[in-house]
Design a protein around this ligand. Structure first.
Ligand code: NAP
Ligand code: ZN
Length: 348
């Protein structure tokens, strides 16, 4: 075991504070990574606050990890010391079930191991995330980072990137389609960039009038203010696909009305009960509501390679580790453009 510095919360009301955690010794198929940057996802906050049921404390969040390989196990073939690598939301899965065999480790039938707040088969405890100096991960869950991209701004791709790329890819977004992205935050801004790069006519659907200019800069062809009833009416029945990133439960009926015949709205934000869906909004127009959870390891690598080819990274604001509690406040107050990234050097 190696002791490393980390930042975490001791209970759901507590601020995050510096603490010491243990990382396992490098096993034969493990890669030890010195973490250089870690993104701040809204899911980190949900987990710290036990929004999705009781978390395992202390919670050390962070699943948008970029770093340098500093040690490899004897059987590691995919990475070597000095490589620039990433780790996202997944650090292990059974590798045997039908989901794992279909490159959908996030849906592992025996339970995937999440980067934090997951039972850890290597210790008696639970997993700790990227708000820390080092992490040890099986090579099958480590990603290659394209060398042409700004490393700091790559970190958010490991969660916000794959969570938006995967559904756009799965539902075949391409030129000739009209796509809406609901919510311009960490996920939403990546959704705009990907939908635009895939060639679709892309519309930002936002509650914040003040974000219109940014939305256009990020790839939106048009901006729809969801509180503007007339504007919503003008777009009624016109979207082939809507990606909904709103982080809380909300009435989805106004968005369903925007879908064209055979249109789909994919939920990635609100992992909680949603208020009643009016059956008419689905039946009339053969519409679908769907959901999506991050993406498998193979698809995450495809997303990173796509970003390398298309020069796509996240728009970020760098912070020191000690500013994390303030950053959480700002995310909750809808005041981040569009992802905080922690400079992990500030923890040493
Ligand atoms: P974020 O940066 O806080 O962005 C969320 C955006 O949603 C806000 O910027 C805001 O955009 C809009 N919004 C916020 N509150 C709203 C409300 N009450 N009604 C309508 N719109 C609202 O969050 P994020 O990091 O992008 O994460 C979004 C959600 O996805 C979180 O719940 C997170 O846990 C979840 N998530 C899911 C997955 C997955 O695999 N499915 C992966 C990662 C994260 P406007 O100002 O433009 O309206
Ligand atoms: Zn996340």
């Amino acid at each position: 075991m190696t002791e490393v510095k980390a930042y975490g919360a001791q209970d759901k009301e507590a601020d995050l504070k510096e603490m010491t955690i243990e990382r396992r010794d490098t096993l034969p198929t493990d890669v030890k990574i010195k973490i250089t940057y870690c993104g701040v996802c809204h899911s980190d906050i949900h987990t710290v606050r036990s929004d999705w049921g009781p978390s395992m404390y202390p919670v050390v969040p962070g699943h948008e990890i970029v770093g340098e390989v500093i040690e490899v196990g004897d059987e590691v073939s995919k990475f070597k010391k000095g490589d620039l690598v990433g780790v996202g939301c997944l650090v292990d899965s059974c590798q045997e079930c039908s989901s794992c065999e279909s490159d959908l480790e996030q849906f592992c039938l025996n339970g995937a191991t999440w980067t934090y707040n997951s039972k850890d088969k290597h210790t008696d405890g639970h997993t700790f995330g990227g708000y820390s100096q080092e992490v040890v991960v099986d090579q099958n869950f480590v990603l290659n980072i394209p060398k042409n991209l700004d490393t700091k701004a790559v970190a958010p791709l490991l969660c916000a990137g794959i969570t938006t790329f995967s559904p756009l890819h799965h539902w075949g977004v391409k030129e000739g389609m009209k796509v809406g992205v609901v919510g311009l935050g960490g996920l939403g801004h990546m959704g705009l960039k990907f939908s635009h790069a895939m060639g679709a006519e892309t519309v930002m659907i936002t509650t914040s009038e003040g974000k219109a200019e940014d939305a256009r800069r990020l790839g939106a062809d048009d901006v729809l203010i969801s509180k503007d009833k007339d504007a919503m009416k003008a777009h009624k029945g016109s979207f082939d696909f809507i990606l909904n990133t709103v982080p809380v439960s909300h009435d989805i009926n106004p968005y369903l009305e925007l879908l064209a015949i055979d249109g789909t709205m994919c939920m990635v934000g609100a992992i909680e009960p949603l208020p009643d869906v009016h059956g008419g909004n689905l039946i009339s127009g053969r519409k679908s509501v769907a959901g999506s959870l991050i993406g498998g390891i193979k698809e995450t690598q495809e997303m990173l390679d796509f970003c390398g080819e298309h020069n796509i990274v996240s728009d970020i604001e760098m912070i020191d580790m000690s500013s994390i509690n303030e950053a959480y406040e700002r995310v909750q107050n809808n005041d981040v453009k569009y992802r905080f990234v922690i400079d992990m050097e500030s923890l040493s």
